[in-house]
Design a protein around this ligand. Structure first.
Ligand SMILES: [Cu+2]
Length: 297
């Protein structure tokens, strides 16, 4: 008994020391598979190429429009230009599945940052490394074409949930589960047959609808929400091009994939009249977000 308690304590310290809880908050633990701390450093060798998608079924079943308060001390206010106070938000869950035949192995963010390879940047407000060009969130009016954008500032890519059987991959086990932090080694990635998932309650999983982030307010109506993982971008002067897009000259991606054309999914969203302040969406009526659910990202 005493021995097992010591073991649990040791594993807890390992997780704390590894910076894992930085993104955990009870939510980032790999789903459904017993945690294996001593498999953390293993990276399976594979000759194929990863392929990331955004699972449309998850997006379709998890979104909500409702009001939320922003404190003046929050990083959304300090870094992202959102004014303090109450704002109408569209929140949604993003599942990025690796349906390729190789693991997407990133390793330790400290190593990438030290090498200045363009994958991560340091975020002073959050005190951790953020991905550059991680995921693109867009809302657009299918009639006028007007578009609103938010860029997810992801900081930890891990094996969160196994892919469903219909994606046709053999069941695997999570191997990338340690986020890391400045000075604390991590091991990030998404195994073939696994997905990372940012549930809608996490910080940054939203678009601001009422103009509170400096974009035009979104009038009530029907819109398309489009999520793109590993989006193409044109590098700024001096910014590295890690992976060239074979079909779009001059466009770069941060992560290698066998197919960059299947990286986006979209759903139709109804934005209600804000005067009623009603909640809409499949997750309408869900409990208010508590502090413990908020990602430190
Ligand atoms: Cu962050």
């Amino acid at each position: 008994m005493k021995r097992s308690l010591v073991g649990i304590f040791a594993i807890t310290c390992l997780l704390l020391g590894a910076g894992f809880v930085g993104r955990a908050a009870g939510l980032r633990f790999p789903r459904g598979i017993p945690f294996a701390p001593f498999a953390l450093a293993s990276v399976s060798a594979s000759s194929g190429i990863p392929d990331l998608i955004v699972r449309q079924d998850v997006l379709a079943h998890h979104w909500i429009v409702r009001d939320e308060d922003f404190a003046a001390s929050s990083c959304d206010v300090i870094e992202n230009g959102i004014t303090p106070g109450t704002h109408q938000l569209l929140r949604f869950t993003v599942n990025t599945a690796n349906i390729g035949d190789a693991d997407l192995a990133l390793g330790d963010p400290n190593v990438h940052f030290a090498a200045n390879d363009g994958l991560y940047e340091f975020a002073p407000c959050h005190h951790h490394f953020h991905f550059r060009h991680y995921t693109q969130y867009e809302l657009f009016d299918p009639v006028s074409g007007q578009t609103w954008r938010a860029a997810k500032r992801g900081f930890c890519m891990i094996d969160f949930a196994p892919n469903p059987a219909y994606l046709g991959q053999p069941p695997g086990r999570p191997q990338f589960v340690v986020c890391g932090a400045p000075g604390v080694p991590g091991n990030q990635g998404i195994s073939a047959g696994y997905a990372d998932e940012y549930i809608w309650q996490l910080q940054g999983q939203f678009l601001v609808l009422d103009g509170g982030d400096g974009q035009a307010p979104v009038p009530p109506g029907k819109y398309i929400l489009r999520i793109t993982v590993n989006p193409g971008f044109v590098p700024a002067p001096g910014e590295p091009c890690r992976v060239s897009d074979p079909l779009h000259p001059g466009v770069c991606h941060q992560l290698p994939e066998s197919d960059f054309e299947n990286n986006a999914s979209q759903v139709t969203i109804t934005i209600p009249d804000h005067f009623g302040k009603q909640e809409v969406g499949p997750d309408a009526g869900a409990p208010p977000i508590t502090k413990v659910l908020i990602d430190p990202d």
